[in-house]
Design a protein around this ligand. Structure first.
Ligand code: NAD
Length: 483
């Protein structure tokens, strides 16, 4: 038991239904980003372990694809009940290894059961399509054609640190529901939540080999898993750089890449300023800004800029940094001191290059004080590159066209938000902003687990969201019966 009440966790690798030591015997401590305390320990998998997990997954996939959908659903629903019952414990693990405030972690943990249930349902909806073959010139009514949806086989799931439960389950649960075997490689900083989820899936009855979890370095393990011909699908969420490397080494496989972003929010004349300010003060700083759909950029029309900033600044200054487990903490540390340094340097560089720091930006160990930086040129790195930290870059524009151009003016295209504007501008924003999701009346930081979710441009391709993930983790086979 740790001082804050969380359990100290120790895990082996999950391979072929067994918890076993890594082939090389190495182990690694998992540390709290808040105070560096050891909150758990995991095995460090090697390439030999990756090979063993894939061999087990081949056996698991053969069993699981023959398991009726209702049985798969029953197991996932049992896992959902376990996740609900253990939500407080999962939340403590998330906060301990990721550093987010316990209240935020609880919100994440409580979605686990819901994602598992939604997946159980969608995995039982693998409908095919009847084909009107007699519409083909020369074909009579002697043939019957239809499509059949089948699991792809082995799915490799690679996940980032920022939502250790949510982003694991958005891959693992739909993959299992659709009848696939999964080899999961969670982020090195946050493996404990993934292992706790795997534990409850095994307890719920997922058969041996159907789910394996390899903890350890992304580079060596990732390369071994991604390039292996036994794998049919790689589902990756993480940075654009690693996504590009995966795309190069995957070869002929199905790929989902949920990558980085620099998401904009437009504030236009007519916006409900209080509502917009409250939404940005949440959407730019939740999880210390370490969210792919975080509000990194505010593009504000000059006519409403002063009112908007007046409403925003006190709200940002009211964000309380502290111990993730302490009552009243609304922002925790970044995932590491090195990340905090990178973020603080990025803010300082923008200011050195002519932007104005309106609040925040100072670093204290792993913490960066929530920042608002005004007068940011869209071409500056603070707008162009993903910051992944608690700061919002404000760019002022003189008209709607300039706002759309600024919104689209980065390599990314994950999500965007719009406040205010006319109906016509709203419709234009929906059509013209190059992003995987556009929110009118809110910031990009909003997600329902059932909705299609994924980016355009350098933000990746493919969609998550349970129904979309099930679709992408199955293949349609065309069947023709020749009478
Ligand atoms: P990261 O890219 O550093 O790591 C992600 C995962 O990839 C980790 O498990 C890591 O160990 C593994 N990895 C590292 N090198 C690898 C390799 N060569 N081959 C295979 N796997 C490898 O990302 P991170 O720092 O953990 O997470 C932050 C990033 O994730 C941000 O860029 C953020 O925008 C992105 N993200 C995107 C979404 C989305 O839905 N688009 C959601 C959350 C996070």
């Amino acid at each position: 038991m740790l001082e804050n009440g969380a359990q100290r966790r120790e895990y082996e690798l999950l391979i072929g239904g067994e918890w076993r030591a890594a082939a090389g015997g190495a182990r690694q401590a998992v540390r709290s980003p808040f105070d560096g305390a050891t909150v758990g320990e995991v095995a460090v998998a090697t390439r030999a372990d990756a090979d063993a997990a894939l061999a087990a997954a081949e056996r698991g996939a053969a069993v699981w694809r023959r398991t009726p959908a209702h049985e798969r659903a029953a197991i996932l629903n049992r896992a959902a009940d376990l996740a609900d019952a253990r939500a407080a414990d999962l939340a403590a693990t998330i906060s301990a290894e990721n550093g987010k405030p316990l209240g935020e972690a609880l919100g994440e943990a409580r979605r686990s059961g819901a994602i598992l249930r939604l997946s159980a349902h969608e995995g039982a909806q693998l409908y095919g399509q009847g084909l009107p073959l007699d519409a083909n010139p020369g074909t009579g009514q002697d043939k019957v054609g239809f499509t059949l949806r089948q699991p792809v086989g082995i799915v490799v799931a690679i996940t980032p640190f920022n939502y250790p439960a949510l982003l694991v389950l958005h891959k693992v649960a739909p993959a299992l529901a659709a009848g696939n075997a999964v080899v999961l490689k969670p982020a090195s900083a946050t493996p404990l939540t993934a292992l706790a989820l795997a534990d409850l899936l095994v307890e719920a009855g997922v058969p041996d080999g159907v789910l394996s979890v390899l903890t350890g370095p992304g580079g060596a393990l990732g390369d071994a898993l991604v390039a292996d011909p036994r794998v049919r699908k790689v589902s990756f969420t993480g940075s654009t750089g690693v996504g590009e490397r995966i795309a190069r080494s995957a070869g002929v496989k199905k790929l989902s890449l949920e990558l980085g972003a620099s998401s904009p929010t437009l504030i236009l004349p007519g916006a409900d300023i209080e509502r917009a300010a409250a939404a940005v003060a949440a959407g730019g700083y939740v999880n210390a800004g370490q969210v792919c759909i975080s509000v990194q950029r505010v593009i504000v029309h000059r006519d409403v800029e002063a009112d908007f900033l007046d409403a925003l600044l006190p709200r940002v200054r009211a964000i309380r940094a502290g111990d993730p487990f302490a009552e009243g903490t609304t922002i925790g540390p970044l995932i590491s001191e090195r990340e905090a340094e990178r973020v603080a340097d990025g803010i300082a560089q923008a200011v050195a290059d002519g932007a104005t720091l309106l609040t925040g930006g100072a670093r204290d160990r792993g913490f960066v004080e929530p920042a608002v930086v005004a007068g940011v040129d869209t071409r500056h790195a603070l707008a162009q590159e993903e910051l992944f930290g608690p700061a919002v870059a404000v760019t002022t524009v003189d008209d709607f066209d300039a706002a759309i151009a600024a919104a689209n003016g980065t390599p990314y295209g994950l999500a965007a938000g719009v406040f205010g504007g006319t109906l016509t501008e709203g419709v234009r924003a929906i059509r013209e902003i190059d992003a995987g999701s556009v929110h009118l009346g809110w910031t990009p930081l909003w997600r329902a687990d059932l909705m299609p979710y994924g980016g355009l441009k350098a933000s990746g391709h493919g969609k998550e969201g349970v129904r979309s993930a099930v679709e992408e983790m199955t293949e349609a086979k065309t069947v023709v019966m020749h009478g």
